[in-house]
Design a protein around this ligand. Structure first.
Ligand code: DX5
Ligand code: ZN
Length: 234
């Protein structure tokens, strides 16, 4: 199922912050709470200083939901993992611009496998570097923390990059989804939506305290307000 950049503001809980011993129930409750997709953070201990999980866990999640799965590949040599994650049930593969030797070719390969292609940019990577490959992309994921761990603080200096990514997308007809990943809370989510984000990854803020449905409701309302503020700006 495509994540479809339809400009509805969507929440994608990151399962890295869920209770791994009871993932099935975390998935079900997030779905009941209105999640639009799930975000799965794959880390290889090289591209980022942490390890998480691979295709086997993605396949297990796939058995519990029909919502789209956005696979965030924080790995070196992302080209090696396209087919394993497709077979595991991925709907969108998000690779890092900094890890790709041929971003356009990689994006084309992902699409050729029937998935959406997205590129993520670290906080220090200029978002303008994505522009030449925009026609090959379904989404840009603007990292608002240094990738590697959940539960970090949102970097406010990345708000301008969200706005810039949104402007790029708008100039290309508004087709490209603008994801925001890292430190999204009600407050920062609102600011990110005001800046032009269309897709919001939430880890800690979605799962903290186990109140998943209430957490998602609060986040959704904050993001809705942010989008409203955006449209209120003359
Ligand atoms: C960071 C990951 C994020 C993270 C989000 O490397 O890419 O997706 O898990 O978690 P929070 O929302 O807690 O920052
Ligand atoms: Zn992520």
């Amino acid at each position: 199922m495509p994540l479809s950049p339809d400009r509805n503001l969507r929440l994608a809980p990151s399962l890295l912050s869920a209770d791994f011993s009871d993932l099935g129930s975390a998935v079900r409750r997030a779905e009941e709470g209105g999640a639009a997709a799930f975000h799965l953070d794959v880390m290889d201990g090289h591209f980022v200083p942490n390890l998480s999980f691979g295709p086997a866990l993605v396949a297990a999640v796939r058995r519990h939901t029909r919502l789209p799965l956005d696979i965030h590949l924080m790995v070196e040599h992302p080209e090696r993992f396209l087919d394993p994650f497709r077979r595991a049930g991925g709907d969108r593969l998000t690779f890092h611009l900094e890890a790709a030797s041929d971003p356009a070719g990689l994006a084309r390969s992902i699409r050729a496998l029937g998935m959406e292609a997205a590129v993520a940019v670290r906080p220090e990577t200029p978002v303008a570097r994505v522009e030449p490959w925009l026609p090959e992309l379904d989404a840009i994921l603007v990292m608002t923390v240094h990738p590697g761990f959940s539960g970090q603080l949102f970097l406010p200096e990345c708000l301008d990059k969200i706005a810039e990514a949104r402007a790029l997308s708008d100039r290309a007809g508004g087709r490209v989804d603008i994801g925001v990943d890292g430190g999204v809370t009600s407050e920062t989510g609102r600011r990110a939506a005001r800046a032009g984000g269309t897709f919001f990854v939430c880890g800690n803020a979605a799962f903290e305290g186990g109140a998943i449905e209430a957490n998602l409701a609060r986040l959704r309302e904050a993001i809705r307000q942010g989008a409203e503020d955006r449209h209120a700006v003359p």
